[in-house]
Design a protein around this ligand. Structure first.
Ligand SMILES: [Ca+2]
Length: 262
């Protein structure tokens, strides 16, 4: 019985602490009344379709009139780096009798390794003479867009590849860096042992097959020309091309080559 009695004591103590905690939480907020962001930050990948809803709230008694909240945007451009969803911009309204307003944003994807973007929404003014945030608390919301692209490097486009030529098949080719910047030499072009070169544009995800002789001859020298796109992170690329005879313009092939790294 004594052991049982002893075990009750901590329970009563814990209950007392818990109840006193509840009483503290019921303390009524007495001001200063202000409008603030409910959260502080969010982070999304640039290629995500995630819509982030950002909330502001009024810390005070139920408002008798609408509260207009204006905010600024720094570190990114709407329509370029991110976009507003369901609203056009930088004012939200907390309706009379309510406490919350929201706006929503999502990232705009690109194919350039342009680094992470740190976009800051800051409350700049609130109607009714209310303050923006409580001091510095709640005044800013940071929206980070994490870049999912890789910088272009020639070295990532060398080695052994499978070349897929629709209507013909898949065959092995070997790529090596060319003498000119951002240039790669492709051997066994067209599965015909020819060597051609392609030029990558490091500032976009595009590449060009400049008009050039292939070294192949079919009633006259054959040329190739084309253009395509690449994925800098995995080193794969593809292009549309034509093989033609400049002497009379005859096109021998109008097709696509897709290169996948082995
Ligand atoms: Ca990017």
């Amino acid at each position: 019985m004594k052991r049982l009695f002893n075990s009750f004591i901590p329970v009563f103590l814990l209950a007392g602490i818990f109840l006193s905690g509840c009483e503290e939480q019921l303390t009524i907020f007495e001001g200063p009344y202000h409008v603030r962001f409910s959260g502080t930050s969010a982070s999304v990948s640039e290629d995500a379709t995630t819509v982030t809803t950002v909330q502001v709230h009024f810390a005070g008694p139920s408002p008798a009139e609408d509260i207009q909240v204006e905010f600024s945007v720094t570190g990114g451009v709407a329509g370029t780096d991110f976009e507003f969803v369901g609203s056009s911009g930088t004012t939200v309204t907390i309706p009379a009798g309510e406490f919350f307003a929201t706006f929503s944003v999502r990232p705009v994807d690109n194919l350039v390794a342009d680094g992470n973007k740190t976009i800051v929404f800051e409350i700049t003014s609130v109607s009714g003479g209310l303050s923006a945030g409580l001091g510095l608390v709640g005044k800013k919301f940071t929206y980070t867009i994490v870049d999912n692209d890789c910088p272009f490097e020639v070295a990532n486009f060398t080695g052994t590849y499978d070349c897929d030529e629709p209507g013909y098949g898949v065959y092995e080719v070997t790529l090596e860096a060319g003498a000119e910047p951002n240039t790669v030499l492709i051997n066994n072009f067209w599965d015909a042992g020819a060597t051609i070169y392609v030029v990558f544009d490091p500032d976009s995800n595009t590449l060009e097959v400049p008009d050039q002789p292939t070294g192949l001859d079919f009633g006259g020298p054959l040329h190739v020309m084309g253009s395509g796109t690449y994925a800098a992170c995995d080193g794969n690329f593809s292009y549309n091309y034509v093989v033609y005879r400049p002497s009379d313009g005859t096109v021998f092939d109008d097709n696509t080559h897709t290169y996948t790294k082995r």
